[in-house]
Write a protein that binds this ligand. Structure first.
Ligand code: ZN
Ligand code: ZN
Ligand code: ZN
Ligand code: ZN
Ligand code: ZN
Ligand code: ZN
Ligand code: ZN
Ligand code: ZN
Length: 394
């Protein structure tokens, strides 16, 4: 008897983990129990439940659950043990996708298959096991590959600013959307509108607006995005060039062009805008224009009628203000007009042709110049009938 007592006292109580893997609790294996365990020739440590799991365990009863395969009428048993473990993970329903024993056995002969990751843009696959193939009846579940899943767990939904620059609202960039973007190799959130702006956007259509260049009859397309922006600001369509005009305009540069008044060294600015308008009107030449200084000065001159330079002609020609200004700039003043013929005389000179006459005296040819013809026309001279030789001989 003394021996037995000392034997018991030698065994110390042991603290062992609960047999539910998900449980962190422990239970105590008394020395006495350990002795009995050894006396029964049992080895290793017993697998037991902690006190709290034990309570749970007794509340549960084994459950018959239908086989995951739709056309199978068999069941599998969701044990009390498995239910305790599930409860530790916060689950109260049997795990989905489990097969009955017969089906599970049959699945062993089905080869696993690689299925594309469900994340669009990801080229990876995940392995669909024989069991899952059987359970899914040819419609495999859509799942992420391991890599995507790992990434997914690290992601958080993010609030992103509306792409309409003047809008302060945000939209939610979900984890799923982020994952897809990463799979496609895109960095950062896409440009998107908030819900309010999307709603406005949905009701809009692109509008054709006339080009702001007056002489252009083309239009430009007012896109929906900038319409949203204008709506938020309460603004009308902006004044803009059509594509064609913009294309021309962007290659143009302001140019300094010499004043058209001869004798003036100033330049005037031929703006891109003016060049564009000229181009649209089909003008290719640089316009002749006065500098601003000349434009100011010219107002002091009035057109003057000046008598034709030809004797006998009573017509006048107009000494235009610009010509007077030019005369002043060249140092000749505006008092003495240049010597010039009237328009009629000029027309006559342009129309007339040199005439060959025959000398009444010697029969030689006489050249009758245009100028002489004009003087005869004006009545100051007479039409020649003798050559210069015959005149001299007289
Ligand atoms: Zn436990
Ligand atoms: Zn089954
Ligand atoms: Zn993936
Ligand atoms: Zn917005
Ligand atoms: Zn245009
Ligand atoms: Zn000038
Ligand atoms: Zn004249
Ligand atoms: Zn003659």
């Amino acid at each position: 008897m003394a021996l037995k007592a000392s034997f018991f006292s030698g065994m110390k109580d042991k603290t062992l983990p609960c047999r539910i893997r998900e449980c962190k609790n422990t239970w105590v294996w008394t020395g006495e129990e350990q002795v009995r365990w050894m006396r029964d020739n049992k080895t290793g440590d017993p697998q037991r439940l902690c006190a709290s799991c034990y309570v749970k365990y007794n509340e549960f009863s084994d459950q018959e659950v239908s086989c995951a395969r739709e056309e199978c009428t068999h069941t599998w048993v969701w044990t009390k043990n498995a239910q305790v473990a599930a409860a530790k993970r916060g689950k109260t329903t049997p795990p989905p996708g489990r097969l009955c024993e017969a089906c599970a056995e049959a699945a062993k002969d089905i080869e696993s298959r690689e299925v594309p990751c469900r994340v669009r843009g990801c080229a990876n696959t995940w392995t669909l096991s024989g069991k899952e193939i059987l359970a899914s009846d040819g419609a495999p579940p859509s799942k992420m590959c391991d890599e995507c899943y790992e990434k997914y767990r690290t992601l958080k939904n993010r609030k992103v600013e509306c792409r309409i620059s003047i809008c302060d609202n945000h939209w939610e960039w979900t984890r799923g959307m982020q994952l897809e973007a990463f799979a496609k190799g895109k960095e950062g959130p896409p440009r998107r509108m908030c819900d309010r702006c999307s709603e406005i956007f949905a009701e809009l259509e692109p509008i054709e607006i006339p080009c702001r260049v007056n002489s252009c009859n083309h239009t430009w397309t007012w896109q929906k995005f900038s319409q949203v922006e204008a709506k938020l600001k309460g603004e009308e369509a902006p004044g803009r060039m059509c594509d064609r005009c913009h294309e021309i305009y962007k290659d143009l540069e302001d140019r300094e062009v010499s004043c058209r008044v001869s004798g003036c060294d100033n330049k005037w600015n031929w703006s891109r805008w003016m060049q564009l308008e000229g181009r649209l009107k089909g003008k290719s030449k640089t316009p002749r224009r006065m500098c601003t200084e000349c434009q100011g000065k010219i107002e002091q001159f009035q057109p003057k009628e000046v008598l034709c330079k030809h004797d006998g002609c009573e017509k006048t020609w107009t000494w235009a203000p610009e010509m007077q200004l030019s005369s002043v700039l060249r140092g000749f003043g505006a008092e003495k007009p240049p010597v010039r013929m009237c328009d009629d005389c000029r027309d006559y000179m342009e129309r007339a042709e040199t005439v060959r006459l025959t000398c009444d005296g010697c029969g030689k040819e006489i050249v009758w110049t245009k100028e002489h013809q004009l003087h005869v026309e004006l009545g100051t001279w007479t039409k020649p009938s003798l050559c210069s030789d015959c005149i001299a001989r007289k």
